[in-house]
Design a binder for this molecule. Structure first.
Ligand code: PGA
Length: 302
C-alpha cells in the first residue's frame, strides 16, 4: 500500500491540468516551491516520474498520463461526497416524519405549508398507531415523531405543542345529544366502539374510565378513526376520539359531541425524537415549525 496523500493528488491534478507549476500554485493558493515539493514527494512515493521538462515546458510522462484520470476520479468522488454531506446538512435532504394516526388529520395541511418553505426537501410521512411509532423510534427509523404523551422509560426528547381533547362522539339523533352535563355514570349504559389496542386514544380512554371506576361496555374494535366515525354515524355505538378527527363531521352535522361530565379527556400532542439524535438542518427546522406554528385555533377553528 503506497502512501499517497490527498494533498498530493490535488496538487498533481492541478499541475497536470495547467501543465505549469506557477499556474497550479496560483490556483491552489500555494507557493511554487511548495507545489514542486508535493510533486517531488508524490513521485518518490510512486517510484516513477510523473512529469518531464523540456526547456521551460513540462509534460506528463506516460505514468503521469495514466495516473491523471484516476486522480480526477478520486477528486470528483470526494467533491460528490462533500456535496452529499452538505445537502444533508442543508435543505435538500430527506425528512422522515411519523405521526400517530390521529395526528394524520391535522399534519398534511401543515406539511403543505412547510413544503412551501423547503421545496427541495423530500418528505416522507408515515401515519401509524402509537405502538408502531414507538417501535420505529426505538429502531431510529425516523427523524421526528408527532404523537400523544411521551412514553416513560424511553430515551426521548419530547416537547408538547398543542392540546388534544378526546371527546365522546354520538350520532346526531342520539337521545343524549341535547342534554347538558351528562353524568359519567350514564356512559356505563352505552356501548363504545374502540380503537385497536396499541392506539394512544384507546389507552387514554381506558385509563380515564378506570380512574373514574366506570366499567364501559365495549363493542366492535376498529383500527382506524375513519371506520369508527362511520360506525358511530350508522348507530353501532358511541366512541371516544380526538376532537381533531371530527371537524368535517361536525361541520356537516353527521356527528355530535356529547356534553359528558369531566370531558374532554385532556391529552397533548408532542414533537418527539430520540435523545442525542443528530437532527439534520431540515429536521430541526421542521421541529421549530411545529412548535411555532401549530396552534389549536388553526387546527380546529371554532
Ligand atoms: P393513536 O394515537 O392515533 O394511536 O390513537 C394518538 C395518540 O398518541 O394520542
Amino acid at each position: 500500500m503506497i502512501n499517497i496523500t490527498l494533498r498530493q493528488l490535488q496538487v498533481f491534478e492541478a499541475v497536470a491540468r495547467h501543465l505549469s507549476y506557477t499556474r497550479a500554485a496560483e490556483a491552489l493558493h500555494l507557493s511554487q516551491p511548495a507545489t514542486s515539493m508535493q510533486i517531488k514527494q508524490l513521485e518518490e512515493v510512486a517510484g516513477i516520474p510523473l512529469f518531464e521538462q523540456f526547456g521551460k515546458k513540462i509534460y506528463l510522462t506516460e505514468a503521469g498520463k495514466r495516473f491523471h484520470p484516476y486522480c480526477q476520479n478520486i477528486i470528483q468522488q470526494l467533491n460528490d461526497a462533500e456535496t452529499m454531506l452538505a445537502n444533508l446538512n442543508g435543505t435538500h435532504g430527506k425528512l422522515t416524519i411519523c405521526v400517530a394516526s390521529t395526528a394524520g388529520y391535522f399534519m398534511p395541511p401543515l406539511l403543505a405549508e412547510f413544503c412551501k418553505q423547503y421545496p427541495n426537501t423530500q418528505i416522507s410521512l408515515n401515519v401509524t398507531n402509537r405502538e408502531t411509532l414507538l417501535q420505529l423510534l426505538a429502531n431510529n427509523e425516523m427523524d421526528i415523531a408527532i404523537m400523544g404523551r411521551s412514553p416513560d422509560g424511553h430515551d426521548l426528547e419530547a416537547v408538547s405543542f398543542m392540546e388534544n381533547p378526546l371527546v365522546v362522539i354520538a350520532p346526531i339523533s342520539h337521545p343524549l345529544a341535547k342534554e347538558r352535563n351528562i353524568p359519567m355514570s350514564r356512559m356505563a349504559q352505552e356501548t363504545f366502539l374502540v380503537r385497536e389496542s396499541g392506539s394512544g386514544t384507546r389507552t387514554a380512554m381506558e385509563q380515564f374510565f378506570a380512574e373514574h371506576k366506570i366499567t364501559l361496555t365495549t363493542g366492535t374494535e376498529m383500527s382506524t378513526n375513519e371506520a369508527i366515525k362511520q360506525a358511530v354515524q350508522a348507530g353501532m355505538g358511541l366512541s371516544i376520539l380526538s376532537r381533531h378527527t371530527i371537524q368535517l363531521e361536525l361541520d356537516t352535522h353527521r356527528l355530535t359531541v356529547l356534553d359528558v361530565e369531566n370531558f374532554p379527556i385532556q391529552r397533548h400532542w408532542y414533537v418527539i425524537h430520540r435523545k442525542g439524535k443528530h437532527l439534520t438542518t431540515v429536521a430541526q427546522a421542521f421541529k421549530e415549525f411545529v412548535l411555532e406554528n401549530i396552534r389549536a385555533e388553526s387546527v380546529f377553528p371554532s
